[in-house]
Design a protein around this ligand. Structure first.
Ligand code: GLY
Length: 428
C-alpha cells in the first residue's frame, strides 16, 4: 500500500510511525509532514488545506489510502472530494465533521438525542447573549465559538464582566471571524476528563484505548490552557463507567448520526467528563486527539493500516483490535513562553542515546544546515510504555533528561492521576 498522511504534528508522526510498522505499507508520504515523519516517509510541501493540490498528488502517486490528521481539512470537505473520485480516505465527510466543526450543531444534536452533556445556550445576537448574562446565577460558565478556532475559542468566565468582555471580543470585534459568528454558552462541569476513541464505518463501532490529556500548562492542572502537555493511556475507568459511556453516549451517538442520514466514517473522539451525575460529553471531535494519539498507538498491537482501510471501505465488522496489556505515557516538551509568545529556532540536542524502546515524536521541529531546531510551541513528544504505569512514568522522565534545547520545559506529573485512580481501585 502507498499511504498519504495529511498534517504536520506529533499526531501525524505517530500515525506514520504506526503505519510504518505494517508489512502491507510499502511507502508513506506526508503533506506537509515534519522532520520526524521524514525518518519513515517522504514529506511533500502541500498544505493540509490545499484540497485540489492533495487530490492531484494522491492521483499522481496512485495513493491507496489517505489518512487525515487535523480537523480543518475534514471540515472543509477533503473526504467528499476524494470519495467523489473513488479514492480511499480515512475520516468523516464535511457534513459529519460538523460534530466538531459546528459546536452549536453538536450541542443541538446531543440535546435532541438525549446524550448526556452540559446545558447550553447558543447566540448570534449580542443583545440576546447579554440578556442571558443577567440571568446567570452561577459562575463560571463556558463560552465557545461555534466554529473551529484552532483550540483557542473556549473561555471559562468567572464574572458578568468577563462574560461581557468575551462576548464583545467574539460577537462584536469578530476576533475569530466566521468561526465566532455564533457562540455557545455552556454550564461548567467538574470532574476527571477522559478521551474515548472509537473507530466506526457508520455501523460497526470498535474501541481503541482511551486516554487522558493534560490540557493545563502546569502541574496539578493549574495555569492557562494549552493544546495538551501530555497524555497517558489507557484511562483506567471501571466496568460500570465503561458500560455507561457505551450505552448512553457512544452507541446512541452512532445510531442517531445514522438515523439523521449523516454518514460518519472515521474516528469519533468523545471528550468525556466524569461528573458526580455520571459521564457527560464535553465535546466530540472528528479526528484523533493530540497528544492522545501519541500515547495510544504504541499500545495497539493490530496493524493500523488494516483498521483504517476497513473503516474507509465500510467493513470494520471483519476486524478486531488487539491491544497490548501495557501503559503508555507521552510527555510534551515545549518551548519557553508556550502557549503565549514563544521563541523558536533553538537547537535540539540528544545528549545521550535514548533507550531503544523510547519513542520520540516530532510535534514542531525543522531541520536547517543538518541541525534539528525547534519550530513551534510544542516541540517533541517523548513516549515510553510498560506493564506498570509507575515504571513507565519513571522511564519517560529519565529519558527526557537526555534531551535539551534552550527554554525546554514540560509537566512533571503526567500519569499521576492514573496512578492515584489505580491505588483507589486496589483499595476497594
Ligand atoms: N487533546 C485535545 C485535542 O486533540 O483536541
Amino acid at each position: 500500500m502507498k499511504v498519504l498522511i495529511v498534517g504536520s504534528g506529533g499526531r501525524e508522526h505517530a500515525l506514520a510511525w504506526k503505519l510504518n510498522k505494517s508489512k502491507k505499507v510499502k511507502k508513506i508520504f506526508a503533506t506537509p509532514g515534519n522532520p520526524g515523519i521524514a525518518q519513515v516517509g517522504t514529506c511533500v510541501n502541500i498544505l493540509a488545506t490545499d484540497i485540489p493540490g492533495l487530490v492531484r498528488f494522491a492521483e499522481e502517486k496512485k495513493i491507496d489510502l489517505t489518512v487525515i490528521g487535523p480537523e480543518v481539512p475534514l471540515a472543509i470537505g477533503i473526504v467528499d472530494e476524494f470519495t467523489k473520485r473513488g479514492m480511499k480516505i480515512f475520516g468523516p465527510n464535511k457534513n459529519a465533521s460538523r460534530i466538531e466543526a459546528d459546536k452549536s450543531f453538536a450541542r443541538d444534536f446531543m440535546y435532541r438525542f438525549g446524550i448526556p452533556s452540559p446545558r447550553f445556550w447558543a447566540y448570534e445576537s449580542v443583545s440576546e447573549a447579554l440578556k442571558y448574562c443577567k440571568l446567570i446565577n452561577k459562575f463560571p460558565v463556558v463560552i465557545k465559538t461555534s466554529g473551529l478556532a484552532g483550540g483557542k475559542g473556549t473561555f471559562i468566565v468567572n464574572t458578568r464582566k468577563e462574560y461581557e468582555k468575551i462576548v464583545d471580543e467574539i460577537l462584536v470585534q469578530h476576533r475569530f471571524g466566521e468561526a465566532g459568528k455564533r457562540i455557545v454558552v455552556e454550564e461548567f462541569l467538574t470532574g476527571q476528563e477522559a478521551s474515548i476513541f472509537v473507530l466506526t464505518d457508520g455501523i460497526t463501532v470498535t474501541y481503541l484505548p482511551s486516554s487522558q490529556d493534560h490540557k493545563k500548562l502546569y502541574e496539578r492542572n493549574r495555569g492557562p490552557n494549552t493544546g495538551g502537555m501530555g497524555a497517558y493511556a489507557p484511562y483506567p475507568t471501571n466496568r460500570r463507567v465503561t458500560n455507561i459511556i457505551e450505552q448512553v453516549i457512544i452507541r446512541p451517538t452512532i445510531l442517531s448520526l445514522r438515523d439523521q442520514g449523516i454518514d460518519y466514517k472515521g474516528v469519533l473522539y468523545a471528550g468525556i467528563i466524569l461528573t458526580s451525575l455520571g459521564p457527560k460529553v464535553l465535546e466530540f471531535n472528528c479526528r484523533f486527539g493530540d497528544p492522545e494519539a501519541q500515547a495510544i498507538f504504541p499500545i495497539i498491537e493490530s496493524d493500523l493500516s488494516d483498521l483504517l482501510l476497513a473503516v474507509a471501505e465500510g467493513r470494520l465488522s471483519e476486524i478486531q483490535v488487539k491491544t497490548r496489556n501495557q501503559w503508555s505515557i507521552c510527555v510534551v516538551l515545549a518551548s519557553a513562553g508556550y502557549p503565549f509568545d514563544y521563541h523558536i529556532g533553538e537547537e535540539i540536542q540528544f545528549k545521550e542515546k535514548l533507550d531503544s524502546k523510547t519513542i520520540v515524536f516530532h510535534a514542531g521541529t525543522k531541520t536547517e544546515d543538518s541541525k534539528l531546531l525547534t519550530a513551534s510551541g510544542r516541540v517533541l513528544n517523548v513516549v515510553t510504555t510498560h506493564e506498570n504505569l509507575k515504571i513507565a512514568k519513571q522511564k519517560v522522565y529519565e529519558e527526557i533528561k537526555k534531551i535539551h534545547f534552550n527554554g525546554m520545559f514540560y509537566r512533571k506529573d503526567i500519569g499521576n492521576s492514573g496512578m492515584k485512580k489505580m491505588k483507589r481501585k486496589r483499595r476497594k
